[in-house]
Design a protein around this ligand. Structure first.
Ligand code: MLT
Ligand code: MN
Ligand code: ZN
Length: 303
């Protein structure tokens, strides 16, 4: 299977439009060695032709224009996107649906909780019915597997994660299973597996078991430390409070990944405050030494 990283940044992207933090400032002024990043999305295919889109970022238009394999090939209207899977209902993962309104019926796979958010607090699905049909396919949260007819050689297993529904959600302060999922994507013909989870607040035993079982990890790389937005005077929000396990320190993602033997380890959904965006940083050297990569827009993984 091929995995294309369409967007490797967290909400806001890098640089963020109104941000003058150490990273955003230096990237804009060409005084740091690093790459700009669009907001969080990947695409997966087993034939380079039919693609499953994970999440629809507000940057989707530029992401698709930068990726010829997914562009129109035949007829007056065409796309390589055969289905969409939403892993939560966060703004950075869903707003791009509006940009897909010219599409034919859109086959969207998401949990019932995500569908509920997208028909109430942020009624994207309801709005889009006036432009195109949304065929909602419910995604199970009990670990059972399912397939998607248009991309027949892939099988999916989901993991319910401990995280939070978005700030706009009617049940923001009342967590439900299915607010946020991690997904194991398996190619049936080869048995190769990847675990995709850009928002991981806590590594529960079932999540660790999933991580041990796969060939490649694309996991939460949002923050280096729990208080990085506080110390930079950007926000009072701590990483763990908003559902992201920081990388550095006791119990952090680096320590978690040191317990994973076989998988290629890649961090994704990097926030613009994270020092690992500087390719020459000390923090990047720590990741290098731990065998952990940092995703960038356009990265392609062949499994
Ligand atoms: C998050 O994952 O916490 C988001 O990136 C927040 C956002 O989209 O503003
Ligand atoms: Mn996000
Ligand atoms: Zn910034």
């Amino acid at each position: 299977m091929k995995i294309r990283v369409l967007g490797s940044g967290a909400g806001g992207g890098f640089p963020q439009w109104n941000c003058n933090c150490h990273n955003c400032h230096r990237l804009r002024h060409h005084t740091m060695n690093g790459k700009a990043r669009t907001q969080s999305s990947i695409a997966v295919s087993t034939d380079d032709k039919n693609w499953l889109l994970f999440n629809t970022s507000p940057d989707i238009r530029a992401q698709l224009e930068a990726f010829p394999a997914i562009q129109p090939k035949e007829g007056i209207r065409d796309t390589g996107i055969k289905a969409i899977m939403l892993i939560d209902s966060q703004i950075d993962h869903t707003t791009g649906m509006l940009m897909l309104r010219e599409g034919k019926p859109l086959d969207v796979y998401c949990t019932d909780m995500v569908k509920q958010d997208l028909t109430t607090g942020f009624p994207l699905f309801t709005m889009l019915e006036h432009y195109c049909t949304i065929n909602h396919h419910p995604v199970p949260v009990d670990g059972s597997s399912f397939t998607i007819p248009a991309i027949a050689d892939l099988r999916f297993y989901t993991q319910a994660l401990k995280s939070k529904a978005p700030p706009y959600s009617p049940h923001r302060h009342d967590p439900h299973e299915g607010d946020n999922i991690g997904v194991i994507i398996e190619q049936i013909s080869t048995g190769k597996k990847v675990f995709y989870s850009p928002g991981l607040g806590e590594i529960e035993p079932h999540v660790m078991a999933a991580m041990q079982d796969v060939d490649c990890l694309l996991v939460d790389g949002t923050f280096w430390t729990n208080d990085e937005m506080c110390t930079q005077n950007i926000s009072h929000k701590k990483a763990r409070e908003i559902g992201h396990l920081p990388q550095y320190g006791a119990g952090g993602m680096i320590e978690v990944l040191s317990g994973v033997a076989k998988a290629r380890k890649i961090l994704i959904h990097i926030n613009n405050t994270n020092p690992i965006l500087d390719d020459d940083s000390e923090q990047r050297k720590i990741l290098d030494a731990a065998g952990i990569e940092v995703a960038y827009d356009g990265l392609e993984i062949d499994l």
